[in-house]
Design a protein. Sequence first.
Length: 250
Amino acid sequence: MSRKSRKNTPHTKNLRTENIIRPVFEPAGWHPLEDEIDGRRDQKYVKNIKPRSEGQKELIEAIASYALTLAIGPAGTGKTYIAISQAVEALEKGRIEKIILSRPAMEAGESLGYLPGDMQEKMAPYLRPLYDALGDRMGGKRVRQYIDDGTIEIAPIGFMRGRTLNNAFVVIDEAQNCTYGQMKMLLSRLGWHSTMVVTGDPDQSDLLEGLSGLADIATRLDAVPGIGVVRLSQSDIVRHPLVADMLGVL
């Protein structure tokens, strides 16, 4: 068989097809708020919320009264949702200029470099609970618009160092996965005319034992005037009743 005919055999063509190099990740362009979320959220989104427990009422009052509030409690108590709701209300009433969302990504390591896309796309999977809460409060299309124009900013914890956050509502979620040093750095970012809410459950830290700084920080700040530390309990859980029962024995 000649060299020319060998190149055109079906076997050779199959080999060429199978050996094509393909990217590991899909091309950039994915958005954390997909079209179906936009449609669902915009049809009926919640404009006003009411506390469903005494602990939630205390948390809402603390956020309204203090520039810095720490919401400590188990999963399902509405810590994140209430923080986001108060941030949206402050934005819509013109009390702040932007909402800044931050959450530990890869435990305390903040290793985001290997993920595809820009910083917003890298952080999107970790911030999905915050996106969902934002969509419930203002609709997916408005959330996307605010993200695009910078009114809502995604700020990885590792990128907060050196900043002063003025005229902003800052939500630090899942803070039990922050070290003491990270927590100290984050709290010192608070600027003029800003509100910061830190949420977390010290019992659900993904860090090695002794590395999480949330519980220690909350205890130290409890005695500082002008700072709200709200400790939610199992009685404040608003998810399925089994959640409270499970957390009581686990």
